[in-house]
Design a protein. Sequence first.
Length: 287
Amino acid sequence: MKKHHVSAGADRALKEKRRAMWAQGDYPALATELIPDLGAILVEACGVKPRQRVLDVGAGAGNAAIPAAVMGAVVVAIDLTPEMLDAGRRQAADRGVELDWVEGDAESLPFPDGGFDVVMSCLGVMFAPHHQAGADELVRVCRPGGTIGLLSWTPEGFIGQMIAAMKPFAPPPPRGAQPPPLWGSEEHVRELLGDRVTDIQARRQHVTIASFHEPEDFLHYFKSHYGPTISVYKSLAGDEGKVKALDEALTQLAEDFSDAHADAAYQMDWEYLLFTARKKTPREAGQ
């Protein structure tokens, strides 16, 4: 497997920047208001059962971890950003469930090999910069015969295209970092997991977003709620020309993805990849 080579100091600095990025805005509110059902969709696809040991990687505020706990699983939610975990604890308390919240890095999980029956990530591990390192950790902490489940925005879908539209305006990515929406490519995920998994199921689905009245509403919302968008605008340092150009690019994208035939005045369909696989047992891996 390919490994990323980066100094410990540079890696810490990178993770600090990622942590700060996601602490901006209000992603927990965005997840609750726009995509509240995606976590439960992943939990169902993973076949989570009571008393199973479940790890949610890049859990955010528990969009998938909390539904898994509601199912009766023993759940650990890990995320790089403590503000996300604090929001998750409040939401879990509101739902009347208990789970463990751990601050940690998806590329270096603080858990033993094979410790979980289900290892899942709903729009989480895809934002870890080094994809192979993240994938290797997912496989490592999953028990042989256990389930790995991922829900990721596709490159061709709206969020994938939004990230692509922001790229020319953003600072250069760190060395070795790969675009998050690649996790929404079945071919890419198969390559990351390699021959360590079997029983792969992958399908593209979409979530309908009907929360905005017009494309400009989407723009204002993401400029105030979504950490990656906020960070890009901050990097422009008030350059009015670039800010206007990015405003126009994102507004046009939201217009392009509108469903002109919908009954609602304005809505969008955001595509994601739902991917599940089973980690091979030692016997299967030896074949």
